[in-house]
Each structure stands twice: as structure tokens, then as C-alpha cells.
Design a binder for this molecule. Structure first.
Ligand code: ATP
Length: 526
């Protein structure tokens, strides 16, 4: 049995991997079989970016809402009819959990009749062979790929193939989906699929598309990496006006879209994960009327996405106000503010603001201020033993960074004045050297007996401290000139020196142990 778990783990981001574990745990606790399905499996195999996670459970995922919330997921919407849950998992991972089902299309244009099913039956209701694969996430079969339509072979061939003759008739939204995947992957439709596509298009089956499917496909457009490219294909095929009657590419703010993609990439490179979908919808519908946009919004299945899009401009205005007020009066306060808001808000404001001061602050946040991090006084911090091992280190480093942002801590004295009170106490002195060995050696030597262990100590010479005791002395020498803790570091060096003048105390216990052996040997020699 082919094991795709390794490939899956290799291809998923750490956040997505944690997402898979979270969903797995919830499904296992509920006793439901769980599979990774649809685009996620396709993209694991193709190597294309995995944008979201589609799961299928044998059972009703709507019953698991509370468990998902408890595990840290956000419920973005739920579809009672199909039994689908739209989630955002920690780390901004988009996920959809559907119930394994059979869909019987009895009347064109009407929603299918839905009945619970096994995973294999579920795969039969899918759109294209490359989307009709499932990866088991269940104990015992974890990693098993189910591929009843040989989607893996079509991935090799790079073609889109429907599963049966009536695919486009049953569900005309698949015409739009075919165009979307073809535009994204640059894969053609397989020959017979193309013929069926052409025939369905000619017969205008698209007029039977359901509102549910329209909303779903509009939402999917907002998740595309290059929605403009897809929108152009939609327009050419006549699908854009199906999604909204007056929608054309001329109604799209193309400049806004390209700015959005550029700034988003910059943020991703800096380690942020902004969710661009609300802003995508904003620019995609920029020149539609308010009513047309509202109508589109109502159809989107993920309610959290629809609301985020609706509130985008108001939230941006609010953030803009905060950025020009007291709350952002200094660079450090601005940094804190911009770090605390959702990255997508910064993304949207960066593109849309007309206020020079706001634009400059966001620009500094992404560029100049980041460089200040290089100025953190690591030599002084190390000198004062303020190192990453300290539990307080992140807080100290953050405070230092904030002061640096505001142009403080320029001189060494300023830096030391701030850091010294935060320095940890010096480490305890090393244990005293085992002088007993020396004494044993002396005893052995006196008895003219070879004493291997003691001999080493003897080699050093009378006045020379053992190696362990010498180290702190070196450290003390290196630091004594500059800092307070250096004085403390000098202390351990003093101890061994003092011990040289009180030989009896440490010698006592040591003499008890090693002494008898050489003594015995000595006896034998005599
Ligand atoms: P991506 O998320 O990368 O755009 P996807 O294949 O995951 O691609 P979704 O729209 O998220 O696309 O759908 C998830 C899965 O649900 C699909 O892979 C497919 O198996 C199934 N699916 C979605 N819509 C339909 C449909 N209209 N007919 C049949 N199956 C569908």
C-alpha cells in the first residue's frame, strides 16, 4: 500500500500539519472516519501550493462544532443542507469539513438529493478525477490513497477529466470550475471532457446553476493567487456575468489587485500570514454598485469572509485614525499597534491609504524599523549574562528594541544603565578542587609508591591550580575591566587560591577514599 503520509507531511506547512492533527483528534474522539480529500490531495501530489485543507468525515461534521471551537478552530460558516463546516484552524489555515455523501441530481437546476455514504461513494460525486482522491487519516490505514478514477494518472498527464457523461448537466457550476482549474494550472480539458464542456456551454446549461454554487464559486475566486487571470478566462467563457450579471473585468480594480499581491508577498517574506480574500473581493468588485456587491456578499457561504469584506473599509479607517493619534505617537507605539492588529488590515491599509503619514509609518514598519533589530546590543547583553537561555530574555530584548526604535540607548553607558539591573545573579562558584588527591599523592610519594590518579595533580606543580579552578580566573580577567558582574565572576577565582592555604579541610574526605588503594599496593611492594 502506497504511503502518502510522508509526502503529505513534507508538503504541508507546519500550521497545516498542526491543523491536520487537530481535525484528526476531534474526529477520532467522535469516532468518525476521517479523510483528506479534494484539492488538498491533488496539490500534495502535483506539488502546487496547498491553499486549504478539505476533509471528509463519515458522519455529520456539524455535530463537532463545539469540539472544534474548543480545540481552537474558528467556525466561519456551516451548510446544513450538504453537511459542511467551514473552519479557520489556528495559524490561519482554511479548512472545509464535509460529510461523506451521495448526491443524486434529479432535476437540473435543483439542489441534489443528499444521503450519507462511504468515502468511496463520496468520491463518485466529485467533479474531476484529479479532485476525486482521498487520503486516509485513520489508524490502521493512515496514508492509504483512494483513487478510484485514477486521478494520479491524470495528474501525470496534466489533464482535467470529468467522472461521467452528465457531469456538466447535473451540475453546471462544474463548467466554471473547469475554467478556473484550467486557468490556474494551465491544464487542458481531456478531449471528451472538452466535447461535453462545449456541448453544455452551447446548450446554455449554465442557466441552471444554483445560487449556492454561484456563492461558492465567487468565494473560490477570492482565494486564487492570481484572480485577475481567472476572471479574464471567466469573462471570455461568459462565466463572470453568471456570477454577477454586470460583472466584467473592467469593473475590477486591477491596479489594487496587483498592489495587493505584491504587498502580500512582501508580508509573507517577513513571516506574516495575511488573509487576502476580503481585500481580493474588495478589488474584484471595486466598480460594481453597492447593491451588486451586497448581493454577491449575501451568497458567500463563509459568513466570516463576507463580514470581513463588508467591514474592510471601516476597519481600515479606524486603524488609520489610530495611526495618526496618540496611540502611535512614537515609533515604538506604532510598532506595537501595527503588530497587534490583524495582518490583513495592515495589508489593506498599506495599499489604500491616501495619508502620507500613515503610509510612511507602515513603510517604516516593514523596512527601516526592522533594521533596528540588528542594533540590539548583544555584546553588552552577553557580558551581563543576558542570554536567550534566560526566561526573561524575550521581554528584555523586546524592551531594548522598543527603546532603540525611539532613538534611546545610543551610548554604552545608557545601554549598561538599562541592562545592569536586569542582569541575572552570577553563576554559583565551581566546586572546590579535590585537593585530597594531591594529599594522597603526597602520601604515596612519601611512601615511594606510584599513585596514578594523584600523579596527574603532581605534574602541575605545587603552586599551580588545577585546570577547573583556572577557568573562572580567566573569565574574571577577561571581564574585570568593564562590568559589575565581572567582579562577581572574579570571586570563584579567589576561592581556589584561598584553599591552597587551608589544606586540611578538603583533604579529609578525599584521603579516606583513594588513599587505601595505594597503601595496599605499597604494602605488596614491601
Ligand atoms: P482549490 O481549493 O485549490 O481551489 P479544490 O479542488 O479544493 O481546489 P474546492 O472548491 O475547495 O476546490 O472543493 C473541494 C472539493 O470538493 C473539490 O476538490 C471537489 O472534489 C469537490 N467539489 C467542489 N465543488 C464540486 C462540484 N460542483 N461538483 C463536484 N465536486 C465538487
Amino acid at each position: 500500500m502506497a504511503d502518502y503520509i510522508y509526502t503529505m507531511e513534507l508538503r504541508l506547512s507546519p500550521q497545516q500539519q498542526r491543523g491536520v492533527t487537530l481535525v484528526q483528534d476531534v474526529a477520532r474522539n467522535a469516532g468518525m472516519n476521517l479523510y483528506l480529500t479534494g484539492g488538498a490531495v491533488r496539490d500534495i501530489i502535483t506539488g502546487f501550493p496547498i491553499r486549504d485543507l478539505d476533509f471528509t468525515v463519515q458522519g455529520n461534521p456539524l455535530k463537532l462544532q463545539k469540539e472544534f471551537e474548543r480545540a481552537g478552530a474558528i467556525i466561519g460558516g456551516a451548510d446544513d443542507y450538504f453537511g459542511t463546516l467551514y473552519l479557520t484552524l489556528p495559524g490561519a489555515v482554511r479548512a472545509e469539513i464535509g460529510s461523506a455523501r451521495i448526491e443524486r441530481h434529479e432535476k437540473t437546476g435543483k439542489p441534489p438529493v443528499v444521503t450519507p455514504a462511504t468515502i468511496i461513494e463520496d468520491l463518485r460525486r466529485r467533479d474531476f478525477s484529479v479532485n476525486a482522491m482521498a487520503l486516509s487519516l485513520n489508524e490502521g490505514s493512515r496514508g492509504l490513497l483512494m483513487d478510484p478514477f485514477n486521478g494520479a494518472a491524470d495528474i501525470e498527464l496534466k489533464v482535467l477529466r470529468v467522472l461521467h457523461n452528465y457531469a456538466f448537466v447535473e451540475d453546471p457550476s462544474r463548467l466554471i470550475r473547469a475554467s478556473r482549474f484550467a486557468a490556474r494550472f494551465h491544464w487542458p480539458l481531456e478531449e471528451r471532457t472538452q466535447a461535453r464542456y462545449d456541448s453544455a456551454k452551447e446548450n446554455n446549461y449554465i442557466e441552471y446553476i444554483t445560487d449556492h454554487a454561484i456563492g461558492y464559486e465567487i468565494e473560490q475566486l477570492a482565494y486564487e493567487d492570481d484572480p485577475l487571470n481567472v476572471a479574464r478566462v471567466f469573462e471570455k467563457e461568459g462565466w463572470l456575468k453568471v456570477l454577477s450579471p454586470h460583472w466584467t473585468t473592467a469593473k475590477i480594480d486591477t491596479n489594487g489587485l496587483s498592489q495587493l499581491m505584491k504587498t502580500r508577498q512582501q508580508m509573507v517574506d517577513l513571516g506574516y500570514i495575511p488573509q487576502p480574500a476580503p481585500a481580493m473581493l474588495h478589488f474584484l468588485t471595486a466598480r460594481l454598485t453597492e447593491k451588486e456587491s451586497t448581493d454577491i456578499r449575501k451568497m458567500i457561504p463563509r459568513r466570516d469572509l463576507a463580514e470581513a469584506w463588508r467591514d474592510l473599509e471601516d476597519h481600515a479607517k479606524e486603524l488609520s485614525k489610530r495611526l495618526t493619534g496618540k496611540e502611535a505617537a512614537t515609533p515604538s507605539r506604532t510598532w506595537k499597534l501595527l503588530s497587534s492588529v490583524r495582518p490583513e488590515m495592515v495589508l489593506f491599509l498599506a495599499i489604500t491609504t491616501r495619508q502620507q503619514a500613515v503610509a510612511q509609518k507602515i513603510k517604516n514598519f516593514f523596512t527601516k524599523w526592522r533594521e533596528v533589530q540588528q542594533k540590539i546590543p548583544l555584546p553588552e547583553m552577553t557580558e551581563l549574562l543576558i542570554t536567550p537561555q534566560l526566561p526573561e530574555y524575550p521581554k528584555i530584548a523586546e524592551d531594548v528594541f522598543m527603546l532603540l526604535l525611539d532613538g534611546k540607548m545610543r551610548s554604552r553607558t545608557e545601554r549598561l544603565n538599562f541592562l545592569k539591573p536586569l542582569a541575572p545573579p552570577p553563576p554559583p562558584p565551581p566546586p572546590p578542587p579535590k585537593r585530597g588527591r594531591g594529599k594522597a599523592a603526597a602520601a604515596a610519594a612519601a611512601a615511594q609508591v606510584p599513585a596514578p590518579a594523584a600523579g596527574k595533580g603532581k605534574k602541575k606543580g605545587k603552586g599551580e591550580p588545577p585546570a577547573a579552578a583556572a577557568a573562572p580566573a580567566v573569565a574574571a580577567k577577561a571581564t574585570a575591566k568593564t562590568a559589575e558582574p565581572a567582579k562577581a565572576a572574579a570571586k570563584p577565582a579567589a576561592k581556589p587560591a584561598a584553599q591552597k592555604t587551608e589544606p586540611k579541610k578538603p583533604a579529609k574526605p578525599a584521603a579516606k577514599k583513594p588513599a587505601p588503594k595505594p597503601a595496599k599496593a605499597a604494602k605488596k611492594k614491601h
